[in-house]
Design a protein around this ligand. Structure first.
Ligand code: GDP
Length: 297
């Protein structure tokens, strides 16, 4: 992720920092290149435009252009703005999982990595926070998906709700809640059904489950490789079911990274975690500083 963007920006900033004095025209020209680089990384147009506008305004001030190291100061301004774009005004809070059993609703399209991410997060909560976690698959259309979660549960040592054929998603959610309460679990995670595209059936089901579970967190899992599509999916889900955050998967891949850069600014929702591979430990808390550092090399 971000390799091309990082190379492109590296080239622009190398030239800027090698130059002694900087005129406003130098900054404007550099920012034009930054804008193209962002768009090529699949950052949404309004986000790229706004980013360049903000940086240009800050970087053409006399304090910057007349300073001893104007180029470096511009890079610093870009760095700080990147962090703002990536995380908004502050780092996201930790997951709200007090008041056991805390329900976490996992939503997203089929193939986004939802089931894998559910298990990864459950393992993380168990290993790092010593939480007792119960996972339940609500994907009644795909018995294989339910099996998949059960297998992952065994692998990572996290309980899954026993599969009862014939139940619908709402019934499973109710049973999960009941079992989580009676069984003394700290957290229960509901892995909802995905579909290939957003449609009314999917949204109706997720809304019905949400109303039963009253989740503390509703995490949308989206494929980071899909760029602006990922952001559109997030906007849709947020409008229909309300999400508390996003997990961007496949950030280990060679996507262009635009989803990470546009997500917060477009949807107003924080990226909470990133998926970095297929293994159960391949998940990290989203860290805007680390990402900005990687983009700026
Ligand atoms: P679901 O249909 O949304 O539940 O998707 P799955 O959890 O079944 O994941 C689909 C595929 O994506 C599986 O092969 C996962 O191993 C893979 N996958 C999930 N997350 C990641 C990730 O962060 N990186 C990579 N490289 N693969 C992932």
């Amino acid at each position: 992720m971000f390799e091309n963007l990082s190379d492109r920006l590296g080239g622009v900033f190398d030239r800027l920092t090698k130059q002694g004095a900087l005129s406003e025209d130098d900054v404007t020209a550099a920012m034009r290149e930054v804008r193209v680089a962002l768009l090529e990384a699949d950052v949404s147009l309004p986000v790229a435009r706004n980013f360049v506008k903000t940086v240009t305004a800050k970087a053409t001030g006399a304090a910057v252009t007349k300073s001893i190291t104007p180029g470096q100061q511009v890079v610093k301004i870009v760095h700080d703005e990147l962090i703002k774009v990536l995380q908004g005004e502050g780092a996201p809070d930790a997951l709200r999982i007090d008041n056991p059993p805390a329900p976490i609703l996992m939503v997203g399209l089929q193939g986004s990595g939802k089931t894998t991410t559910t298990a990864k997060l459950a393992k993380r909560l168990k290993d790092r926070e010593k939480k007792r976690v119960l996972m339940a698959s609500l994907d009644t259309n795909r018995p294989a998906a339910m099996e998949q979660l059960a297998i992952l549960g065994q692998q990572i040592g996290v309980d899954t709700l026993p599969i009862v054929p014939g139940e619908n998603a709402v019934q499973i959610a109710r049973r999960a809640k009941q079992q989580a309460t009676l069984g003394g679990y700290d957290v229960y995670m509901l892995d909802t059904a995905g579909r290939l595209h957003i449609d009314q059936v999917l949204m109706d089901e997720v809304q019905a489950v949400r109303d039963v579970a009253n989740p503390r967190e509703t995490l949308l899992v989206v494929d980071g490789l899909t760029g602006q599509d990922a952001v559109n999916v997030a906007t849709e889900f947020d409008g229909k079911v309300g999400i508390s955050g996003v997990v961007l998967t496949r950030m280990d891949g060679d996507g262009r990274g635009g989803a990470a850069l546009s997500m917060r600014a477009v949807t107003g929702k924080p990226i909470r975690f990133v998926g970095l591979g297929e293994k159960m430990d391949a998940i990290e808390v989203f860290d805007a500083h680390r990402v900005a550092g990687r983009i700026l090399g």
